[in-house]
Write a protein that binds this ligand. Sequence first.
Ligand SMILES: *[C@@H]1O[C@H](CO)[C@@H](O)[C@H](O)[C@H]1NC(C)=O
Ligand SMILES: *[C@@H]1O[C@H](CO)[C@@H](O)[C@H](O)[C@H]1NC(C)=O
Ligand SMILES: *[C@@H]1O[C@H](CO)[C@@H](O)[C@H](O)[C@H]1NC(C)=O
Ligand SMILES: *[C@@H]1O[C@H](CO)[C@@H](O)[C@H](O)[C@H]1NC(C)=O
Ligand SMILES: *[C@@H]1O[C@H](CO)[C@@H](O)[C@H](O)[C@H]1NC(C)=O
Ligand SMILES: *[C@@H]1O[C@H](CO)[C@@H](O)[C@H](O)[C@H]1NC(C)=O
Length: 455
Amino acid sequence: MGVAALLLLAIAVRVHTAGWARADEATTLWFVPDDLSNTSSCDSLGMERVELYRAVLRVNDSYATGASEDVFFPLFSSHPLPGPAPDSDLEADPAVRVGMIFVHGALRNANAYFCEGSSAVASRGGDVKARTLVVAPWYGTEQLSAEEWMGRGNGTSTRWTNNSWIQGGDTRGKPKRFSTSFDIMDQLVRLLLDGAPLVDGAKLYPRLDHVVIQFAFRYSFFAALDTRVRYLLSDAATWMYFSPERPAPRCTLLHDSGVSHACVEFGEPDVEECTGYNNYKYGLGNLSSSESRYVERFADDQGLLDDAVELWADKDVRFVFGQHDTCNAQSNGYDNARSCFQRDAGCYPVSGDVALREMNLTGMTCCDTFPASNNNVLDVNCEAMLTGSNRLQRGLNHMNYLTHLYSVRRRHSLFAGAHSDYAFYQSKAFVEWAFPGELDLPHTKEQGPRVELNR
Ligand SMILES: *[C@@H]1O[C@H](CO)[C@@H](O)[C@H](O)[C@H]1NC(C)=O
Ligand SMILES: *[C@@H]1O[C@H](CO)[C@@H](O)[C@H](O)[C@H]1NC(C)=O
Ligand SMILES: *[C@@H]1O[C@H](CO)[C@@H](O)[C@H](O)[C@H]1NC(C)=O
Ligand SMILES: *[C@@H]1O[C@H](CO)[C@@H](O)[C@H](O)[C@H]1NC(C)=O
Ligand SMILES: *[C@@H]1O[C@H](CO)[C@@H](O)[C@H](O)[C@H]1NC(C)=O
Ligand SMILES: *[C@@H]1O[C@H](CO)[C@@H](O)[C@H](O)[C@H]1NC(C)=O
């Protein structure tokens, strides 16, 4: 297969460019954390030694904690990354102009995202691969030593014990509250765009023209504006609202309302049973309880928050939704389409009445995160259900909400598929928006491919 051959070539080339921040090839025993233990995606793409792409980012003590330990953030990178105290020659590759950051979802399987992202890049052909640096950060559950991650070096890795990393969460483990998932993304973006001094202080590396980030929507909101950064986002379980308004009840019906779903009515919901509906991460309420030092800064500063809402309009954030990402295995009354039921997939947990009845009748399980995983993890809390009943509906509602808020339509598109990062990366919209030809265009706020609205 062409893809496999290209990737193997990359491994061969890398031997000559190994910098200190790359994993030690001589190390044959790799410590494999649980989050990264499923290698089936990489195996099927012909990337069998993905450990060789392990790299680290030395995390800055941005909050001046004075911690004595070195803290590193583990990631996978197609090219060596610079850092303090390099012990070998690290050559900047002038051909590399674009950075693509692929961030995993709730499963934290950064290895799979690295392989799928690399494959999406390699399959473009031409000089795309040579021009593109692929990075897959790992917001891991386990705290590792540098020895375990890289086979050498000092320090311990960052760690998040639960999903708080998605919303900018503070690192856990030691040193306490050292940094946050958003600070680290800032640091990575700055490194790619502004470069870092090499050991002689003369050269800057890598200093790219653009960075494409496939990451949490919330980061795009809180991060500083930089027009060299483009965000390409797909089927998140929930999208943060910038005001207390939510879609009207008839915009959140309990079935697949299709790709033409539209919502024209927004207002403050009647929320006897869901009083915290606007709290962060669902909205911008109660930011002081965000578990994130990065986000807390906005809690007591209405001016800063208002500025962020205004600035977001100028950020290059685009959306691509899976047209079949419409299943919900756990809400009573939710009417799942036949396509939500899979034989032998063993999706779990399944608790919605309609899903259970259908499962009893057909013997197939209802899957809301298939094919990305067999774990049903769609957020069905009341805060989430107020924004839509499935991922596609929530996404389309949010597009309509942004239009309602800013009076400008956002670029969004669809791909044929359910909950699949692989299908997203291979989609027409992703290819058009992620790869260099298009990125060379000046930043523009023009409308993207339109989804036909039926009212
Ligand atoms: C590993 O991942 C593949 C697809 O990415 C999935 O089909 C499989 O069930 C996973 N295996 C385990 C043991 O979780
Ligand atoms: C690193 O953190 C220090 C405070 O500890 C701050 O002064 C400095 O600007 C930070 N550097 C970067 C690159 O963020
Ligand atoms: C790592 O720590 C050891 C022992 O504290 C020290 O001797 C060594 O110089 C350190 N190495 C690096 C690369 O900092
Ligand atoms: C994460 O875990 C902490 C500590 O157990 C808890 O206080 C917090 O609410 C959890 N956050 C999320 C987003 O699950
Ligand atoms: C803010 O969050 C905290 C912690 O989650 C919670 O105890 C409190 O009730 C929340 N406040 C509001 C107004 O919802
Ligand atoms: C499905 O089957 C289980 C086990 O037989 C049963 O307890 C449950 O009531 C059934 N659910 C529905 C909705 O038919």
